[in-house]
Design a protein around this ligand. Sequence first.
Ligand code: GLN
Ligand code: ZN
Length: 764
Amino acid sequence: MVQSSVLGFPRIGANREVKKAVEAYWAGKISADDLTKAAAEVKKTSWTSIKAHGVDFVPSGEFSLYDHVLDHSAAFNVIPKRYVGLGLSPLDVYFAMGRGRQAEGVDVPASEMKKWFDSNYHFVVPEFSEQTDFKLNFNKAVEEFKEAKAVGVNTRPVVLGPVSFLALGKAAKEASPGFQSVSLLPKLLPIYHTLLADLKAAGADWVQVDEPVLVLDSAANLEKQFTTAYTELAPIAPKILLTTYFSRLDSNLAFVSKLPVAGLHIDLDRAPGQLQEVVDAIKNTDIILSLGLVSGRNIWKTDFSAAIKLAQVAVHALGPERVIVATSSSLLHTPVTLASENKLTAEQKDWFSFALEKAEEVAIIAAVLSGSQDPKVATALEANKVSIAKRRAFEANSDDTVRKRVAAITDDQLERKSPFAVRKEIQAKHLNLPKFPTTTIGSFPQTKEIRLARAKLGKGELTTEQYEEFIKKEIQSVVRFQEKIGIDLLVHGEPERNDMVQYFGEQLHGFVFTQNAWVQSYGSRYVRPPIIVSDVSRPGPMTVKWSSYAQSITQKPMKGMLTGPVTILNWSFPRADVSRELQSKQLALALRDEVIDLEKAGINAIQVDEPAIREGLPLRRADWDAYLKWAVDSFKLATAGVTDQLQTHSHFCYSDFDDIFPSIQRLDADVISIEASKSDMKLLNTFKHYGYSNQIGPGVYDIHSPRVPGEQEIKDRLKSMLDILPDSLLFVNPDCGLKTRGWKETEASLINLVNGAKWARQNY
Ligand code: GLN
Ligand code: ZN
């Protein structure tokens, strides 16, 4: 019998119950007990409904109130010193590590967060040093295994593997120079030993051990660690399913196939091409192969016949007893259920499959492969055939105008008329900005009033005219404020935008929106990505009205504000029937028209944000060049259609540029703003090292915290920046947009920022 499995499930609840409970707990409105109860309800619902769909392996232990990597750190006592001895309960220490804590005399910042591989999920980065004192504070895997058992579900617990846990962490401040986290493996393994032995004693037959770093090039250097770890753990543990996802094993397969594990999971959604070589490598072992056929990363219904065809390769070679049909990764990256969508048309609804529907998919595919005679299975198979055929027919409806335009893109369209040195002179005259121009990243505080007005518009309690009047007033006050404190290059503040991607998606053709398809981004922050379903085009201007209104009420130059093509693509659910490159280029053409329209409307500077360009980088280096080519080309296509006098800006939130620097230069934006306030000038040294030629606005203060930077602090910062960068290239701005901040700290911080720039003008 071919069995079925789900590797992990969303932990937010079908109605965002977990967010509500966690935030109520933070606000002191419910107790820790109430929070535990709310979480238990969500877990119970997930377990029982996955089981009810006929899935053989139901996951447990991967639920989280904040982040599963953070859970693991807390359980293993990997708790940075700054959170110890504050008199907090273990639960509050846990949340303090995730989000910082500023109350009752305690003031600790949050730990660093990083993107989880190439997804938009963020994990809390563990910190290791020689002093790390691993202890099993609690055995989450055992506790949740028992909790599930108590509600009648026998689960396969999920544990983050030892090598990935270490490799994903970073060296703590107190670590000696050159310290490598993986060197702690011998100290860590005894803890895993206890955890896994306890799990076996509790009756777990299998355990899913996630080692996602196995799909990275860097895992090639970890062969010894993997071999040691699994040789030691396998004999005392339940049967281990070694789990990889998001990319392919490639050359790491040579040692992975020799590990003494009972099962191996591979991602066939991202990397179907690896199936044959994996099958060949394990054929003469007893290893059971778990096939990640149902995507854990997208929301499209699985094409059963294609999945079955692929799975049969494994079934023929290994026999049905050695094959499991699974989701490609945890379903954490997908919304909970389609059942809560009642605004999608019946036709659209039939295209999609969210987490719960995907659970059913793995069960059906496994049943078909097992030769099930159940009429329900036959009906499901037939229904899938029909709906896939309908979707293929819809997908065949391409927009010829858009397709032809993409096919006709020329290299010329990617380049500005003159090189940066020439543009810089022209723009300096035209914009008449002082030395060290001050500007912001775009958004100003999204106040309660703004959100309320938008909600009222949605409910029909405000007319469009009333809402637009309201937005105009907001723009006026943001403009007046910037004039008053002496900002040089103004923004309109983005009050009309619900979200930097959704706002554009709603105005473009080719997108579909959901009501309830939330996905966790980090902690209690969930996003609701739009879905790209067909060719993208722009029926009309999207931002020109607001930007030109803002320009019309001031003498100072106004910066137009757009989200870039790669970011819109990355923060949406993309189509699976055409390449990301094609989708990105279509978005770029739509944005190019917008940029040109903005210039025609009298806007002289335009910022096109690309914070997601780095996160979209493929996991395997071999795939980088191809991605960077189309990603950078898309940005250039979007921005190069203007005259030399228009100053283009771009913004990146994350600042890991070392390895992709030439691509940042190739963007050829006149000005880029970057998050630099936390990176200790390391980043600016990178720019210097590579001789970056265009203008740069390294954030002079961190907007992710309500803290107001002092004037002296800003001057010091500018001073150290000017030690590295030439005077003529520096812009002065905050780190990122101000939408999540309050007005009070925004005012105080920006006044200090302007004073800092004035000081620099006098002293440099
Ligand atoms: N212009 C956007 C803002 O200011 C940029 C945000 C971002 O890059 N995350 O909010
Ligand atoms: Zn940003």
